[in-house]
Ligand binder design. Structure first.
Ligand SMILES: C[S@@+](CC[C@H](N)C(=O)[O-])C[C@H]1O[C@@H](n2cnc3c(N)ncnc32)[C@H](O)[C@@H]1O
Length: 253
């Protein structure tokens, strides 16, 4: 899966009856996912005046982000029912705006107005053209010291198109994550859009041996957060999820 049309078809057919809670099972719940994985990675950028979330789904993460948005939280998704679900969920919070996106632009978001952009578990199946379009938007909407934290594929680091036809693991990788995106190509694409990925943490997700995913923290070159970029390889990410889950189980005993 890679194109926006394929993502739309996939998530339109998704059974949203659990509002995405099924994706928190690795950690034992939304709160444990937030506390052990997301918050520690972005806490230095919080609270933030204006936050944009790309791929909000039914608001699993948005609910937690809302506690840290001082002025505005803008939620975007390619699926109408997701936008409507978030609209209903945050009907009493006038800081929250929910809008449908075409999957590559932040329409309606003002230039240089955003402090934090976050996307978690929403752009892993997104190809490099779409990432490029979003990075161009990040350059437009981020204020000088604004930051983007995005979760994307790292499969380009492993994928060999030459052997893909005959190699089963290459075919499995291509079916699992978008193979046009990896940490290095994202860094290059960020730089082409006047941005720098100051930290890239490559992680495993379902498959222990493969760092299939990456969290990139992206800033403008003249930002107060700018520093020498670092790339980390975290093969203990699955352990981080399991430890959080064990903590949840222990606390309910
Ligand atoms: C696995 S769900 C995760 C939803 C939410 N981030 C969460 O953690 O609960 C992926 C979401 O990303 C949305 N999505 C996929 N591609 C997108 C894109 N290019 N732009 C915006 N949203 C996208 C899908 O419609 C879906 O709601």
């Amino acid at each position: 899966m890679a194109s926006i049309a394929e993502n739309i078809a996939y998530y339109q057919d998704w059974d949203w009856s659990n509002a995405g809670a099924e994706w928190s099972h690795y950690w034992g719940g939304d709160a444990a996912m937030w506390e052990s994985t997301i918050y520690p990675r972005i806490k230095q950028f919080l609270p933030a005046s204006t936050i944009v979330e790309i791929g909000c789904g039914y608001g699993r993460l948005s609910r937690l982000l809302a506690q840290h948005a001082e002025t505005q939280l803008i939620l975007t998704d390619i699926i109408d029912t997701c936008v409507q679900a978030c609209h209903d969920r945050f009907a009493n919070d006038d800081r929250v705006i929910c809008q449908r996106t075409n999957g590559q632009v932040l329409a309606g978001v003002k230039d240089h107005s955003v402090d934090l952009i976050i996307s978690f578990y929403s752009l892993v199946d997104t190809d490099i053209d779409t990432i490029n379009n979003y990075l161009s938007e990040f350059d437009r909407v981020l204020q000088k010291d604004g930051v983007a934290f995005i979760h994307h594929s790292n499969s380009a680091e492993y994928y060999d198109p030459q052997s893909a036809e005959s190699n089963k693991s290459m075919q499995l990788l291509a079916a699992y994550r978008d193979v046009s995106v990896g940490a290095r190509v994202l860094q290059l694409t960020a730089q082409q859009n006047n941005l720098v990925a100051i930290q890239q943490e490559c992680i495993n997700w379902d498959i222990q041996e493969v760092l299939s995913d990456c969290f990139s923290t992206i800033v403008k070159p003249d930002s107060k957060w700018m520093r020498q970029p670092i790339q980390l390889e975290n093969s203990n990410f699955i352990l981080e999820m399991l430890t959080a889950k064990q903590g949840q189980l222990n606390s309910h005993r």
